[in-house]
Design a protein around this ligand. Sequence first.
Ligand code: AQP
Length: 334
Amino acid sequence: MSKKKLVFSGVQPTGNLHLGNYLGALRNFVKLQKEMNCIYCVVDLHAITTFQNPDNLRKNVLETVAGFIATGLNPNKSILFNQSSVSGHAELAWILNCVSRIGWLNRMTQFKDKAGSDKEKASVGLYIYPNLMAADILLYKATHVPVGADQKQHLELSRDIAQKFNNDFKCKDFFPIPEPLISKKVSRVMSLRDGTKKMSKSEESDYSRINLKDSSDDIIKKVKKAKSDSEQIPDNLKSLEQKPEAMNLINIYSEISKNSLDEVLKEMSGKEYSYLKKKLAEVLISEITPVGKEIKKLLGDRSHLEQILKKGNEKANIIAEENLKNVREKVGLI
Ligand code: AQP
């Protein structure tokens, strides 16, 4: 595998993949495999930073693999594996725990969001999650990391950790400083119920998100119920600044219909949101339901999915072991 450009990214097997995962991550992953060598990971060790029912976790790992493949990922071209099968992730994470600083972790907003008001009760794993993410990336010396905007801060931390490791152990350029690849258009798909919160698997209300496995009827119902605005659709973006739910629907429509925001406003201005919702449901059904059907089909053959993971795990382990050998040597571990 060429050392030049290498993509790494992961998805947590924490439940139903949704439109945010699709637009913010999966669709870009598939595009990137045409241009670069790519390694994609089902990050089960990240998932357990909050409690997961073991049976659901096992099921969700395969479902996430199916999601990758249904979106168009080719497991013969890219490496697709699950994190806990490559023990190097946990080992490098420990080493990087000793490089990363408490002050850096204290600034992570995702921990604050996920831990909620009672931080004392959050797991230690949730707190040091960003160090594990740095280990995921650096274990393969990845140069590019496609993520949604919600992961930007974690990726900046990975860059700081890489830099500090290179400085502390006097090995300039040992770890490449990973670059984020964040889609300029829809980098953050928001909840259909609250336009200030991101669409998320763990949000209680299923009406907050479009799942990739949703049926046409589900999509129509959810889009119909989505919060929007009582005024007509304006002809400029400025008027949408204080209307996050309406902006979110317009963003999603623009992204799925492949029309720019200006084109969408031209088409929609002066119309009611019910018109936008009708069109939005149509484009979502035509793009998302085939992916959902393919996921369901793939889940009908578990052994095929397990075989894909097994091959990916073997390939990932070879690269990880080689890099870890050098890390141990730099740190002085024998
Ligand atoms: N709403 C979103 N908009 C854009 N991108 C998103 N991603 C997730 N939600 C959105 C991107 O999807 C990739 C995989 O995310 P993840 O499942 O590993 O973790 P997450 O960001 O924590 O996703 P969720 O859905 O919110 O999961 P839970 O609820 O379990 O925490 C990442 O690249 C992410 O940026």
